[in-house]
Design a protein around this ligand. Structure first.
Ligand SMILES: [Zn+2]
Ligand SMILES: [Zn+2]
Length: 357
């Protein structure tokens, strides 16, 4: 029998998030039941709760940056036990059999990724229902997740500040690793928000020369504190020009349509501009000339697979890396969304789930 968990949900695109009660399945043999301690607040939460993305099914319980404590495990789970710390990110299931799942890149599953919220929840009943209920995310007291999608967290780190690593962290870590950011490389990070501030921290920690591009002069000092070697105002051509043709990799976190040519022109031969922000309408078509004259690439990347997410969490534990956060009670979530829309957060809100009872 499913149990009920307190949660915060949006009943419609126009209703604010409010207290609710949601069902959680009984842990099956391979499941881990987690009491949620902290949940980060991602822009995806806001877009989904406000029905701004296609296919949103209400009610919505957002939240995919989850850190908590294990309370119960299924009989086939040998490597987690009650009392352990655990984390869950953007995915809670996938087909587990296709070549991408076999490669530990579940986010690119050829069949169907079950995202942590607002995805058909094929695991809710066995066998799966013809019309499965939707998954509910981390703005709740409790969650039940297949062991394969549960991550280990070091008790050495500030657990509230670990939460954003599960989306903002891995979304920037994965492309930095894939395109070889490290000593001797020059990496640009575009935008200093939730994703960008983690991009700066990781790029610096990996040893790359790290340049932050921003439109806000006020963020320069903070960017340097976070690990940027230099800050460039992207609207100032005189500051952009000396960097032409010098970057190995630029990670672009900006999720509003803008001119990509100003960044492709900064890449070296074979350099890559990797987009990790998804604007709701397309960027202007980029200049092909910029690409072919130096064999440059425009690429995209989405979160990271479970093995790489664990690698990132271990790297963070070893290097003492966490997110810069503002901890809020869940009752402030609607106000927090409004502040996020004004970019008025440094750099991620995290909900203290003790406030939800
Ligand atoms: Zn997210
Ligand atoms: Zn798959």
């Amino acid at each position: 029998m499913p149990t009920q968990s307190p949660a915060f949900s949006a009943q419609s695109a126009s209703s604010p998030l409010a207290h609710a009660s949601i069902p959680r399945r009984d842990p099956g043999p391979r499941d881990v039941q987690i009491d949620i301690l902290f949940c980060g607040v991602c822009h995806s939460d806001l877009h989904t709760a406000r029905g701004e993305w296609p296919g949103v099914v209400f009610p919505v319980v957002p939240g995919h940056e989850i850190v908590g404590r294990v309370v119960r495990v299924g009989r086939d789970v040998a490597d987690f036990k009650a009392g352990d710390l655990a984390a869950v990110g953007c995915m809670v299931d996938s087909c587990k059999a296709c070549p991408n799942c076999a490669a530990g890149l579940e986010q690119y599953c050829d069949k169907e990724v079950t995202f942590t919220y607002n995805s058909p929840d094929r695991a809710f009943t066995t066998p799966p229902a013809a019309t499965p209920p939707m998954t509910y995310g981390g703005y709740s007291k409790s969650i039940v997740v297949d062991r394969r999608f549960v991550l280990r967290v070091s008790p050495k780190l500030n657990l509230a500040a670990v939460a954003p690593l599960l989306c903002a962290g891995i979304t920037t870590y994965s492309p930095l690793k894939h395109w070889g950011a490290g000593t001797g490389t020059k990496v640009g990070i575009v935008g200093l928000g939730g994703l960008g501030h983690m991009g700066v921290k990781f790029s610096h920690a990996l040893g790359a020369e790290t340049i932050l591009f921003t439109t806000s002069p006020g963020k320069a000092d903070d960017a340097k504190r976070l690990g940027a070697d230099a800050v460039v105002l992207s609207r100032d051509e005189a500051q952009m020009k000396p960097h032409a043709g010098t970057f190995d990799l630029i990670i672009n976190t900006v999720a509003v349509p803008h001119d990509l040519d100003q960044y492709t022109g900064l890449l070296k031969r074979d350099g890559t501009l990797c987009l990790v922000g998804a604007p709701s309408s397309p960027h202007p078509s980029p200049s092909i000339w910029n690409l072919l004259t130096k064999r440059r690439t425009i690429a995209g990347s989405m979160i990271g697979g479970i093995p790489e997410t664990q690698e990132m969490l271990d790297f963070c534990a070893e290097r003492g890396i966490v997110s810069d956060i503002e901890l809020i009670p869940i009752q402030q979530i609607n106000a927090a969304y409004d502040r996020m829309l004004r970019s008025d957060v440094r750099y991620r809100f995290v909900i203290d789930m003790a406030s939800l009872s």
